[in-house]
Write a protein that binds this ligand. Structure first.
Ligand code: CP
Length: 306
């Protein structure tokens, strides 16, 4: 982060940069819990949240982080932008830069678009999720949530369960976890697992029950119904039977096993309600940690560089 003006992916951060961001986030979270108000360290700054795909958690969390730091956020959606009238994405962001905005936080269906835009702008670009590529702030907040409960992640066993092939969250988690020394496993239908996934330093597991007793964390991914229509698996019912996180599959799990999900969740598909609402599940802790994490990222990219 010190050497880059942007945050486009965790692939490009060192282990040290990742662990510093996690430590700083946990320390900020503690100080936010103790004192009433954070310092408005980004007063009079303006950020654009450019969201060309729907979002609840990421967009609102960035907007809250921006407001807590004393800055303003302006939302632009695809439907409300002049992209609808034929303007290119690059022309759109060049116009935003000309207006004096201090940074662009961008979600886009095309992988690589934040990196492309970042090359053409002087102001920082933060990737808020691009296609199947990366979702770096989600990967970091997941790491913060695991670290908060487990301490060091070195040699901890983490399973990422679901649609790995189409998941930017999976990729950012894999980069963050392997750089933190965790043993990373992936599971899901083979049609949803990239053929060369082991090159990312992870191990494929066909049936999570074979390793559940050794796991410290399961991070469950959302299953999009479009995947079934596209023929990646025969039916939602079959998906749930083999890969859905149901209580019976957790029979041999350690009592302290942590369960994460980036949201939005599909109850009864990739995860059962009794697991979602159980004591091991940290879904709302993840959401809460997202605010301090995004404040820390903004501090690194903006406050520390001015
Ligand atoms: N986890 C996540 O990216 O959620 P949103 O799509 O609601 O931002």
């Amino acid at each position: 982060m010190k050497s880059s003006k942007d945050l486009v992916g965790l692939r490009f951060l060192s282990s040290r940069e990742i662990s510093d961001l996690v430590k700083e986030t946990l320390s900020l979270k503690k100080s936010l819990a103790q004192s009433s108000k954070p310092k408005p360290s980004l007063s009079w700054r303006t950020f654009v949240t450019l969201f060309f795909e729907p979002s609840t958690r990421t967009r609102v969390s960035f907007e809250i982080a921006i407001k807590l730091m004393g800055a303003s956020a302006v939302l632009i959606t695809k439907e409300s932008s002049s992209v609808q009238k034929g303007e290119t994405l690059l022309d759109t962001v060049l116009n935003l830069q000309a207006m004096g905005v201090d940074g662009v936080i961008m979600r886009h269906p095309d992988g690589g678009s934040p990196a492309f835009i970042a090359k053409h702008l002087k102001i920082p670009v933060i990737n808020a999720g691009d296609g199947f590529h990366e979702h770096p702030t989600q990967g970091l907040l997941d790491l913060v949530t695991m670290t908060e409960k487990l301490g060091s992640l070195k040699n901890k066993n983490v399973l990422i369960l679901g649609d790995i092939a189409h998941s930017r969250v999976a990729r950012s988690n894999i980069w963050a976890l392997t750089k933190s020394g965790a043993n990373v496993f992936v599971s899901g239908p083979l049609t949803l697992i990239p053929a060369d996934i082991q090159k990312m330093g992870v191990t494929y597991v066909g049936d999570l029950r074979t390793i559940v007793s050794k796991l410290d964390v399961i991070n469950v991914l959302r299953i999009q119904s479009e995947r079934q229509q596209a023929g990646f698996f025969p039916s939602i019912r079959e998906y749930r039977h083999f890969f859905g996180l149901t209580r019976d599959k957790l029979q041999d799990a350690k009592p302290e096993l942590l369960i994460l999900h980036p949201g939005p969740i599909n109850r009864g598909i990739e995860i059962d309600s009794e697991v979602v609402d159980g004591p091991q599940t940290l879904i709302l802790d993840q959401v809460q940690n997202g605010i301090a994490l995004r404040m820390t990222v903004l501090k690194h990219l903006i406050e520390d560089k001015t």
